[in-house]
Ligand binder design. Structure first.
Ligand code: CTP
Length: 488
């Protein structure tokens, strides 16, 4: 196979060569090139020391203590702006299972390859005069690429002992590349899975995200479970193993969650929807009532949302990701049927769910349906809901869409700032959601006067009732779902 090396990478290799140093393409970048995948970044290994690299390439960034210098190439191409040049190294012992205690530089490329995790990542390609030359492959990585195998370099237990994140990396690479994990490597992962407890949650999260963002995401989650890793990553999901559902489901909670993720990955849904697909029924095991075809799962979306929040927080997901996933889970049980939910009902649905969540919520519903073994992802009634949303989308659903603002209310009612203004706004909004054509200055001003004249106690009650209508609407939906799907 002819490997073509981009110009900026050639120039860096040439610069090292002219100064009398060796240059090799290494790691994930070489692995990807050899299987015809586009590399994520370009990595060069060399016998030059970091200080030498910096001298040869004055335009550089040097931030880590492990000998990697980022050489600025001047290229406009994002992946080629910086080529990472790393001095050959032999890592010392890893007492904390996270970082090597010391990094020793090596003089030979073979020494550098010996410290790497998997055979497919432990090859080096000489770059002489910038051109691809001979492949250095002491651990038969090329054969493993051909047979699509993930196998550790040397003794698996030792490799995992050095850096336990490799336990997750094996699964992630297998899933990303569509490879199988070789038997001795698998056994070692099962045996050493507990080492993951010493690894930072952020690093675990990053590998987990890559796993579920891969096309074979579902296989990845099953593999994590098979290899005893899931318990250290998302134990909440394991609660659904073997938990049967009811007459509307053929799969257990765990199988259903994995199938929902499978559909989300197949359709290239975003991370938040994939996480929600995986965790949307996490509350079912704890809320299950009864057994057999009539089992119920009351409030599982509330319990599930809470469990997901704790799990994602533990894995240090960013706050906005957590919020989005939790919200999707909380509202995944929404009910809609043509002719049964009025336009006002659709407006209330939008108030509740938030218009910005609708797309992802429908994606989650598709994944949920297909994951239950229902053949049609997007039935007529969901298309009808989209039509209804489109129809009401310009109608007022939030206080800022009312033609009167807080200031206007204070002026019309001649009242100072305070809770009374809020109560009036709440009542007006509720009335306008029911009947959008009332959102007109003259009409609202009249109503403001009426409301302001009421005793405070009464006005407050009315506002509370307006808030409650939203709750009631939702509860109503849930009642419907119970009847329709017998899922709770
Ligand atoms: N490596 C390792 N052990 C680790 C992490 C990395 O031996 N815990 C080695 C592997 O040889 C790997 C290289 O360092 O190929 C670079 O790692 P990284 O930048 O994380 O890339 P990869 O995971 O290999 O691949 P990708 O670019 O697809 O993430």
């Amino acid at each position: 196979m002819k490997i073509s090396i981009p110009e900026p990478v050639k120039e860096v290799a040439n610069g090292l060569g002219k100064a009398g140093y060796e240059a090799y393409l290494v790691g994930g970048c070489l692995r990807d090139l050899l299987i015809g995948r586009e590399p994520k970044d370009w990595d060069i290994a060399t016998d030059a020391r970091p200080e030498d690299i910096q001298e040869i390439f004055p335009e550089n960034v040097y931030e880590n203590e492990f000998g990697t210098v980022g050489v600025k190439t001047g290229s406009e191409e994002p992946k080629l702006k910086i080529v990472e040049v790393t001095t050959f190294r032999i890592e010392g012992s890893y007492t904390d299972k996270r970082h090597p205690d010391t990094v020793k530089f090596a003089t030979k490329v073979e020494e550098d390859l010996a410290r790497r995790d998997f055979t497919v990542n432990a090859m080096a390609l000489t770059l002489k005069g910038g051109e691809a030359g001979e492949l250095v492959d002491p651990y038969k990585g090329k054969e493993d690429l051909k047979s699509r195998t993930i196998r550790t370099v040397g003794e698996p237990g030792e490799r995992f002992g050095e850096d336990a994140l490799r336990l997750m990396r094996a699964v992630r690479l297998a899933v990303e590349l569509g490879f199988d994990i070789e038997m001795a490597t698998r056994r070692a992962i099962e045996k050493e899975s507990g080492l993951l407890e010493a690894i930072s949650k952020e690093r675990i999260r990053d590998e987990f995200v890559k796993t579920i963002m891969a096309p074979e995401a579902a296989k990845g989650v099953l593999l994590l479970e098979e290899l005893n890793l899931l318990i250290h990553v998302l134990p909440e999901l394991r609660e659904g193993i073997g938990v049967s559902q009811n007459l509307h489901h053929i799969y257990s909670v765990f199988e259903h969650s994995v199938k929902a993720l499978e559909y989300a990955a197949k359709n290239d849904f975003p991370l938040e929807v994939r996480l929600a697909a995986l965790l949307h029924d996490a509350g079912k095991p704890r809320t299950k009532g009864g057994e057999g075809p009539n089992a119920t799962f009351y409030n599982h979306e509330v319990v599930g949302a809470r469990l997901a929040a704790a799990a994602l927080d533990r894995l240090r997901f960013p706050k906005n990701t957590i919020e989005k996933v939790v919200h999707l889970i909380r509202y995944h049980m929404f009910y809609y049927n043509v002719g049964e939910v009025s336009e006002a009902g659709v407006r209330r649905f939008l108030v509740r769910v938030g218009p910005e969540y609708v797309d992802d919520l429908l994606k989650l519903r598709e994944a949920d349906r297909i994951g239950s073994g229902v053949p049609k992802a997007f039935p007529y009634k969901l298309r009808h809901l989209l039509y209804m949303i489109d129809k009401v989308k310009r109608d007022p659903i939030s206080p800022k869409m009312l033609v009167l603002k807080g200031n206007d209310i204070m002026e019309i009612a001649k009242i100072p700032p305070g809770p009374k203004v809020g109560w009036i706004l709440t009542v007006l909004l509720e009335e306008v959601i029911t009947e959008p054509k009332w959102n007109e200055k003259g009409r609202l001003a009249e109503r403001v006067k009426e409301l302001a004249a009421m005793p405070d106690e009464k006005l407050r009650e009315l506002a509370e009732k307006a808030e409650f209508t939203k709750e009631e609407f939702e509860a109503g939906l849930e009642e419907d779902i119970k009847k329709k799907f017998k899922v709770q």
